[in-house]
Design a protein around this ligand. Structure first.
Ligand code: OSB
Ligand code: MG
Length: 375
């Protein structure tokens, strides 16, 4: 079976978050989301999502650079081309186009979904998934006071979340984590995410977190650093987990070689798609490095790809895979993503493709710009 890509439509939608999400590098109140609708020559159709944000405060990409990259350099390589395997897509997109991995990922992931639809199997099965449900964690933004963070963390634990990630920054770190640990007790599965807010000279400061028994601290140092993270890991008992710094399988190998971290947060949208995400998963599995699936405040479309990826065997730590209602008044897919009281999100296993339907009327109403590319 071959998939020949006939048309790609880009859409920007604007979706307000239920509450502002603050990380060390900025705050998001509504998402501007780039969605792709891909169609093949047989009339099969699939939706995908680009995880790039509005500002380059997480990675150098933004929704606007992704739109440009897809239109100018990436989509023209795919349109009219026949693929026998979705693994062929990333090498073609990556040849002599540096970076732009979020833009590449949106296209690559959509082609995985087209293959799943054409083969009449779920994306999770096509990927080689094994878990039928995946445990979810919640990522809590920086709050104005430790007490406000405690309230949210307590509520998350009551809802069943299996991991509670506290965003931290200088001035909102030790006291905030201490308050949550104190209130929730020693067994609560807590971690912190700094989104690159610290430098190596903060090592003694960060070592104060060791007494809270965190599962890990995510990306304390620069977004593209590996060497200093290795030096920091030597000085911390808490395992370092890398997010921003791991943009390719090669970076995962380098992390392992250098000892820059002990855990990887894999986001398919950050690393160039599902093929690259699987490769990182496999490298980590061989080296006994546990992985989990991160999130980028995706709509229900992007979430579908994350859930399918998280069904692979070495995803052994709860992912940032909150249900739709955590983010949105109403999602753009049905059914919406849900989590049970044990913190488990069911993996769509038998429906062909990504496992959710896109509410087209709603997407139309939310669309602020669109463009169709064909060959
Ligand atoms: O660092 O993991 C991150 C959201 C936007 C940018 C970076 C990050 C995040 C999250 C959100 O933590 C996780 C989610 O989607 O629930
Ligand atoms: Mg992170």
């Amino acid at each position: 079976m071959k998939v020949k890509l006939a048309r790609i439509s880009l859409r920007e939608i604007r979706l307000p978050l239920r509450e502002p999400f603050r990380i060390s590098s900025g705050v998001t109140e509504h998402r501007r989301i780039l969605l792709l609708a891909l169609e093949d020559s047989e009339g099969a159709a699939a939706w995908s999502e680009c995880v790039a944000g509005e500002k380059p405060n997480y990675s150098p990409e933004t929704i606007d650079t992704a739109w440009l990259a897809i239109r100018e350099w990436l989509a023209p390589r795919l349109l009219g081309r026949e693929f026998e395997d979705p693994e062929q897509v990333f090498p073609l997109l990556d040849l002599d186009v540096r970076g732009h991995r979020m833009a590449k990922a949106a296209l690559e992931m959509g082609i995985w979904a087209l293959f799943a639809i054409r083969r009449e199997i779920s994306l999770a099965r096509l990927l080689g998934g094994t878990h039928r449900s995946v445990p979810a964690g919640i990522s809590l933004g920086i709050q104005s006071t430790p007490q406000a963070l405690v309230e949210r963390a307590r509520s998350a634990l009551q809802q069943g979340y299996r991991k509670i990630k506290l965003k931290i920054a200088p001035g909102a770190d030790i006291q905030f984590v201490a308050a949550v640990r104190e209130a929730l007790g020693p067994e609560a599965p807590l971690m912190a995410d700094a989104n690159s807010a610290y430098a190596l000279h903060d090592a003694d400061h960060l070592a104060q977190l060791d007494r809270f028994g965190l599962m890990m601290i995510e990306q304390p140092l620069a977004w593209d650093d590996l060497v200093r993270h290795a030096a920091l890991q030597q000085r911390l008992a808490t395992p370092i987990c890398l997010d921003e710094s791991i943009t390719s399988p090669q970076h995962a190998e380098d992390m392992i070689t250098l000892g820059s971290g002990k855990i990887v947060n894999i986001k398919p949208g950050r690393v160039g798609g599902l093929g690259q995400a699987k490769a990182i998963h496999d490298i980590c599995q061989r080296h006994r490095i546990p992985v989990w699936c991160g999130g980028m405040l995706e709509s229900g479309i992007g979430r579908a790809y994350n859930v399918a990826l998280a069904s692979l065997p070495n995803f052994v730590i709860p992912g940032d895979l909150s249900p739709s209602a955590r983010y949105w008044e109403r999602d753009i897919v049905s059914p919406e993503w849900t989590m049970d009281s044990n913190g488990l999100v069911p993996v769509p296993w038998d429906k062909p493709g990504i496992g959710v339907e896109v509410d087209l009327d709603r997407v139309d109403n939310l669309t602020s710009r669109s463009e169709t590319l064909a060959y």
